[in-house]
Design a protein around this ligand. Structure first.
Ligand code: AVJ
Length: 321
């Protein structure tokens, strides 16, 4: 009988996940400039589609970050001592984490945090096989609303791991606020290892979010599939298309779902009108220079102790203390 890992749930006061989807969708579609929060991309299918994106030739962030972690893992893990806690925010498949766990599984407690119970269960099952001695304490939670970790970790040195440039989904002000929250969760002695995608030729960026195979488009449109399934939506998937552009003024990739005709859509029994060409803004992916991110971290009371990049300076991993 396949062992199902125990997935701990924090009390609602700490996570506040329930009802969030319907409220946020109604609120987003009621705005003059319609939006849908990107955190809802990650249902079971969305998590799988994102895994596919990370394998795409155009999507360089994942393999570039993995290259940096493999090349510099020995330096990164130097700071870990026995009993330390490695906390991963939005852990997903925990594939990148293995690069570190290969070197420290014998001395740390691993706390993967993710909203997707399916992705978390899958990852924990795989890691328990690979690292029988590793203590794993998975948490089903939305890391952006996390205020504290279970009390038992309060005495240990906590290191956060936040790879993949997920910080880029937030506007710089909100990113600083999240880093400040991580400071609280990880404590004054805490460390944070964070992946940050770097500014570069806009053509390279636009290609990474408009792959030839159309996986990113499916990932974006899957949000409408989820609304139809969970919120009695009537989105006609053939009447919307994916668009990803680079906005140089704000240094971000923007993803949109564009209506191909004037149409009405029902969601949770409410009617929403879309003009021809009107878009729903679904995701931002901010890009930084190393010095811009150092300044942002400073604002959130994190000192940058080390910045690791690949030879072509496409991606960066920052160690904050
Ligand atoms: C997981 C948020 C880092 O913004 O690059 C990939 C998500 N969106 N392709 C990113 C994503 C479209 C990804 N992050």
């Amino acid at each position: 009988m396949r062992h199902v890992p125990t997935l701990e749930r924090l009390p609602a006061s700490v996570t506040a996940v329930a009802g969030d989807f319907s409220l946020s969708v109604i609120e987003g579609l009621s705005r003059a400039k319609k939006i849908l929060p990107c955190r809802f991309f990650y249902d079971a299918r969305g998590s799988c589609l994102f895994e596919e994106i990370t394998q795409l030739p155009e999507y360089y962030p994942t393999r570039t970050e993995i290259g940096i972690l493999n090349a510099r893992a020995a330096e990164i893990v130097k700071g870990f001592s026995s009993g330390d806690v490695l906390v991963e925010f939005g852990s997903g498949s925990s594939r990148k984490t293995e690069i570190l766990l290969d070197r420290i599984a014998d001395r740390v407690v691993y706390v993967p945090i993710d909203v997707s119970e399916a992705a978390l269960a899958e990852a924990v099952f795989r890691l328990e096989e690979r690292y029988p001695a590793l203590e794993i304490r998975p948490l089903v939670a939305d890391f952006s609303s996390l205020t504290k970790l279970p009390h038992e970790f309060s005495g240990s040195r906590r290191t956060g791991f936040f790879p993949g440039s997920t910080i880029g989904n937030l506007a710089p002000g909100d990113a600083a606020a999240l880093l400040a929250k991580f400071r609280k969760v990880l404590g004054e002695r805490g460390r944070l290892i964070i992946g940050v995608d770097l500014k570069k030729d806009a053509r390279v960026l636009v290609r990474a979010y408009n792959d030839a195979a159309g996986i990113t488009a499916a990932f974006n449109l899957n949000l409408l599939v989820r609304i139809n399934r969970e919120l009695a939506g009537t989105f006609d998937l053939t009447a919307f298309h994916h668009r990803a552009i680079y906005n140089p003024r704000s240094g971000r990739i923007e993803m949109h779902l564009v209506s191909d005709r004037a149409q009405d859509v029902m969601v949770c029994g409410r009617r929403f009108h879309f003009a021809n060409g009107e878009s729903i803004h679904t995701e931002n992916s901010y890009k930084y220079t190393v010095s811009e991110f150092r300044a942002l971290a400073e604002k959130a009371s994190w000192k940058t102790s080390r910045v690791l990049t690949d030879a072509n300076e496409q991606f960066s991993v920052h160690e904050l203390i």
